[in-house]
Design a protein around this ligand. Structure first.
Ligand SMILES: CC(C)(COP(=O)(O)OP(=O)(O)OC[C@H]1O[C@@H](n2cnc3c(N)ncnc32)[C@H](O)[C@@H]1OP(=O)(O)O)[C@@H](O)C(=O)NCCC(=O)NCCS
Length: 170
């Protein structure tokens, strides 16, 4: 799998040993609140299983996940799932103490480019809770277009949540 470099961080595959930094950054109610598939609390078992799941022989056909690495620590993640021949869903999260420094705007730019160039995707899409203004903002900055609102799309903590769908097409 590729390593994608920027001045602030690198995007690289998850590896054994990422468990501690992963847990430190992801195990946060504020990260959990606006995401669909991240557990809270996030345990060591969750971290080990997630890291292992990326190494399974045909994992790369269904999903590709990059750790956002600063100084060797996994401070966030960005990746593709639901990979079909020409399309995939992109998702991301970042440890709270790193928010609002432009990190995910840049990570989204690099990962989207990787999706179009290396995975040869023609459609990359993101599903975003309507209350998640920061996520909508970075998608717009990266020229993703809002395609619509899907009402009561996600069941989260017993509540049905409206989501926006954004996509970038090539
Ligand atoms: C969403 C998230 C990834 C953004 O990462 P980030 O590195 O802080 O994003 P950036 O710093 O690159 O950009 C954030 C932008 O949102 C804006 N923003 C932040 N909070 C905002 C709010 N409450 N309302 C409107 N805009 C907001 C910032 O001003 C910035 O825009 P600007 O560059 O025009 O100033 C991060 O907040 C996060 O991990 N949240 C929890 C998990 C999550 O929501 N994942 C996405 C699920 S779809």
């Amino acid at each position: 799998m590729a390593i994608l470099k920027s001045r602030k961080f690198i995007l690289r595959p998850y590896r054994k040993g990422d468990e501690s930094s992963l847990i430190r950054n992801i195990n946060d109610r504020h990260v959990y609140r606006n995401t669909c598939s991240i557990p809270y609390p996030y345990t060591r078992k969750d971290a080990l299983e997630f890291i292992k799941s990326n190494k399974l022989p045909d994992a790369g056909k269904k999903m590709i996940n990059f750790a956002i690495d600063v100084g060797g620590e996994a401070i966030g993640g960005i990746g593709f799932r639901e990979i079909k021949i020409h399309r995939a869903e992109i998702g991301y999260w970042l440890g709270r103490k790193y928010w609002n420094r432009g990190i995910m705007s840049e990570a989204l730019r690099l990962a989207t480019d990787f999706g179009f160039k290396k995975l040869r995707l023609r459609r990359v899409y993101a599903i975003v809770f309507c209350r998640n203004m920061a996520s909508a903002r970075i998608l717009k900055k990266n020229n993703y277009k809002l395609e619509g609102v899907m009402k009561k799309y996600t069941l989260k903590d017993g509540k049905l949540i409206d989501v926006m769908i954004f996509a970038k097409i090539k």
